[in-house]
Ligand binder design. Structure first.
Ligand code: 13P
Length: 288
């Protein structure tokens, strides 16, 4: 069923858990995430677009994600627009029934980011959707691991974050605290003191992008400091590609595409379930 509103996000925040936001690109990744949500029995966000629209087409991926969420029976699935800079795109997703959107003005000067975010919030309220925005800049590519490195200069300033949230009315704030998109050669260390200072001043749940490969103690440190939504993409991409790679030798002689797609789909499901387990602060290795 479609998961409307911010209750699940707020409950996760109160419990020290986080909602996973999983990026999808195609039918098999949507099916894998839906199956994981069904198996886990916990709320999950399908992040369909913005970058994956370039591959799948906006209408196609929107419908795929919304239909999967609506038809998913017991699974509770929000459909979320990730990293959109484009108000027309945000509006199209809101009109088709997305339950939340991320407006990403993090590349803009502070005042312009605020103005863009305010407008996205205004449009979203008409459709009953909630809004995530970003302050501070996250290095790396959303679709390809580039071994990105975070810099202090691009990190979220706690005082600015408080001003930004108060002025825009956003429901959740994505922060840059040392996190990067994609896998890195060296383990990522978060600036947990900065995160704690943001949490102290900002009254809405915080969002951690770039959680692929993040050491579990860093992740749980973030959950203990106000992070209630965690985005994961690269881990799912790697699981999908590894499974497809392994399935190819036996599939090639008969051109068995279904065997390859099924392997990819099941690998995404299993990887998502593993992440969902890690998002509990009581998972192995946690030291919140
Ligand atoms: P990773 O690819 O590092 O998991 O980041 C995903 C993300 O933040 C999507 O917005």
């Amino acid at each position: 069923m479609l998961l409307h509103g911010t209750d699940a996000l707020k409950q996760a925040a109160a419990a020290g858990h986080a909602l996973p936001g999983f990026v999808v690109y195609n039918l098999e990744t949507v099916q894998g995430i839906t199956a994981a949500a069904e198996a886990a029995g916990t709320p999950v966000l399908i992040q369909a677009g913005s970058s994956p629209f370039k591959h799948a087409g906006r209408e196609t991926l929107m419908r795929l994600a919304l239909d999967a969420a609506e038809d998913s029976g017991t699974a509770r699935l929000g459909v979320h627009l990730d990293h959109s800079r484009d108000l027309a795109e945000i509006t199209a997703c809101l009109e088709s029934g997305y339950t939340s959107v991320m407006v990403d003005g993090s590349h803009l000067p502070f005042a312009e980011n605020m103005a863009l975010t305010k407008e996205a919030v205004r449009r979203s309220r008409d459709h009953g959707a909630w809004v995530e925005a970003e302050l501070g800049a996250l290095p790396g590519d959303e679709d390809v691991s580039t071994d990105a490195v975070a810099t202090d200069a691009a990190m979220t300033d706690p005082v600015q974050a408080a001003e930004f949230v108060a002025a825009t009315g956003v429901d959740a704030l994505a922060v840059a605290v040392g996190n990067v998109h994609g896998f890195t050669r060296d383990p990522v260390r978060l600036d947990l003191d900065r995160l704690a200072a943001i949490h102290e001043l900002v009254p809405v749940p915080l969002v951690l992008h770039g959680a692929s490969g993040l050491p579990v103690e860093e992740l749980h440190g973030a959950l203990a400091r106000g992070v209630a939504k965690v985005n994961v993409n690269a881990e799912l991409r790697r699981a999908y590609l590894d499974a497809v790679h392994a399935a190819l030798p036996s599939a090639l002689p008969g051109s068995d595409v279904v065997a390859v797609w099924t392997a990819g789909r099941n690998a995404v499901r299993d990887a998502a379930l593993e992440v969902i387990g890690r998002l509990s602060p009581h998972a192995e290795g946690g030291s919140a």
